[in-house]
Ligand binder design. Structure first.
Ligand code: ZN
Length: 448
């Protein structure tokens, strides 16, 4: 463990996203205390030095949308080659069998995969609480603490079962009273409002086709009362637009507004099928969008209008989405996916490697409503990802920062969260990853 009273200079990285720290960064406790200009030495007295001459240094990547439990159903046979609604209805009965140990192990797997890919803060959207799994979020908090990853856990929910005209089977939905009481319990127990928070809680009714308008409204009121954020899936597919028109008599953004969600407290996963007028309204309201390129391509959902949303005023971040529709949980690979997909829409000049890295750091931080992470700057949290470029895919690469994205980096060499090294030499400190993978394989087999 890094001594919290010591001052550490991460010295002269090979490349950085921000030239202001070309000579490195100085970390004390959980905070960045100095940026060192190229060729300079720190003004602070230094206790320890880490020579980063062979590392590309980034702010820790921030994952703005995920479903950790889905790592158990990657490439699940029932869900192959389907689009969202038929993919979901194939998987709901499988997910209804989730057990507490499955949440524990899949959370460890997802957080480990994220950490190893340079991610220091992760959102999770857990919305399945079948009988016996009422403590799912409590389990996730415990696992995130063990691994030392910063988390934004959302208390997801589904209240609109098939019997009420929704998509999910009745066994996977809860009553609104139960959902709201548990949401309040989790906020009071775990949500930390302070700068440097390691755990925050947000409220996340799953989607327009799995919750009622009443629950959306009540969640917005509860979020306001406790000053926490709101999250949901929106405008992911044309099927969803048709569902909203049939069920509520309006398009998804109108529905969002009607239930009191069009404000800065809200960030949305996907955000694909908006018209120009809707983009302007979302931007004016400051609603954040987590772009999930792999999932959107895999489920053939469409392409998020990222630059138009950003120009309108929406923060844009990046999420890997659940591992049943990615099917990886790798943040640095997702950055590459965003670059490739968004170039098809906006061209190569506008979608640069710096741009997509900004989305995965500052953009995701803004989606999560945080000003203390996502950037290498004095006073910000010491959340850092350092990548070496010695794997075969980098052999012959020129620009080191561009190579990280273009050549397909997969794994960080070192990752620091809140001033503590959690990954070094490409491995998570204190974790028996082989045993973890073996248990995950056994549990996943029970879901097939
Ligand atoms: Zn999702």
């Amino acid at each position: 463990m890094q001594n919290p009273n010591n001052t550490l200079w991460i010295k002269s990285p090979l490349a950085t996203l921000d030239p202001a720290c070309a000579g490195g960064v100085v970390v004390r406790g959980n905070t960045i205390v100095e940026l060192v200009a190229k060729g300079n030495t720190p003004g602070h007295q230094i206790d320890d030095t880490f020579d980063a001459g062979e590392h590309v240094l980034l702010p820790g990547l921030i994952n703005a949308h995920h479903h950790f439990y889905q790592t158990l159903t990657r490439a699940h046979p029932v869900a192959l080659n389907k689009e969202l609604f038929s993919w979901l209805t194939s998987l709901y009965p499988v997910w209804a069998k989730l057990q507490p140990e499955m949440v524990e192990v899949s959370t460890q797997i997802a957080l480990s995969e994220l950490l190893l890919s340079g991610c220091t803060t992760a959102n999770d959207h857990h919305y399945l609480f079948p009988q016996g799994l009422e403590q799912a979020i409590d389990i996730q908090v415990e696992q995130s603490r063990k691994l030392g990853v910063r988390v934004h856990l959302t208390r997801g929910s589904m209240s609109l079962g098939k019997d009420q005209g929704g998509l999910p089977p009745q066994s996977t939905v809860q009553t609104e009273e139960v959902i709201l009481a548990d949401s309040e319990r989790l906020i009071e127990r775990y949500h930390d409002h302070a700068d440097g928070a390691m755990v925050r809680v947000a409220l996340a009714p799953c989607s327009p086709f799995s919750v009622s308008g009443e629950l959306m409204k009540a969640s917005a009121e509860l979020a306001e009362k406790h000053d926490v954020q709101l999250h949901t899936h929106l405008a992911e597919t044309h099927d969803e637009t048709e569902f909203c028109q049939r069920m509520f008599g309006m398009r998804p953004v109108d529905y969002l507004e009607s239930v009191g969600w069009l404000n800065r407290r809200t960030w949305l996963a996907h955000g694909i099928h908006f018209n120009e007028e809707e983009i302007a309204r979302l931007g004016k309201a400051g609603v954040g969008i987590s772009h999930c390129p792999s999932s959107n391509m895999l489920l053939a959902s469409g392409m998020c209008p990222t630059l138009a949303l950003e120009a309108a005023g929406c923060p844009v971040g990046i999420g890997v989405d659940g591992s049943a529709s990615n099917d990886a949980s790798n943040m640095i690979l997702e950055v590459r996916q965003a670059l490739l997909l968004q170039r098809l829409r906006y061209g190569a000049k506008k979608i640069t490697h710096q741009k997509v890295l900004d989305w995965a750091t500052q953009g995701s931080a803004a989606c999560l409503g945080r000003g203390d992470i996502g950037e290498i700057a004095v006073g910000k949290q010491a959340d850092l990802a350092l990548f070496r470029l010695d794997d075969i895919q980098f052999a012959g690469a020129g620009d080191p920062l561009a190579a990280l994205v273009l050549c397909g980096a997969q794994r960080a060499d070192r990752v620091m969260v809140a001033g503590q090294w959690r990954v070094s030499g490409g491995a998570i400190q204190g974790l028996d990853i082989e045993a973890l993978k073996a248990r995950q394989r056994e549990l996943a087999a029970q879901l097939r």
